[in-house]
Design a protein around this ligand. Structure first.
Ligand code: SF4
Length: 110
């Protein structure tokens, strides 16, 4: 199976792993939206990054597979981009909290 990241093929997975990546077929970020989810290859000013991430997160809010996506990104420790509606810093806060390190993320209700 071809593994898609934001609609772009990034790897070939063995058949037995296909089912665990089925959620990617329903991802709302496939196609032309993909550019909003990762930083450009050049320096990106903070206000442009924030605007890009807002666009990506708005798409995530409409996505039918956001839970599976976030679970994947947390498990894989995806170091870049917006996955499951969270950027890399927000995911790191959750991972740290799960590992008993750091403060709970803002807005977590605790
Ligand atoms: S939750 Fe966001 S990043 Fe994940 S598949 Fe859906 S649109 Fe893409």
């Amino acid at each position: 199976m071809v593994v898609l990241r934001k609609g772009r093929a990034v790897a070939i997975r063995r058949d037995e792993q296909d089912e665990s990546f089925d959620w990617q077929r329903s991802a709302a970020c496939r196609g032309e939206h993909a550019v909003a989810f990762f930083p450009p290859p050049h320096f990106e000013r903070k206000e442009l990054r924030l605007a890009r991430e807002r666009r990506a997160k708005a798409i995530c809010r409409t996505c039918p597979v956001s839970v599976a996506c976030l679970d994947y990104a947390l498990a894989a420790r995806e170091p870049h981009g917006v996955w499951g509606g969270l950027n890399e810093v927000e995911r790191r806060l959750i991972a740290d909290e799960r590992n008993g390190r750091g403060e709970p993320p803002r807005g977590s209700g605790r």
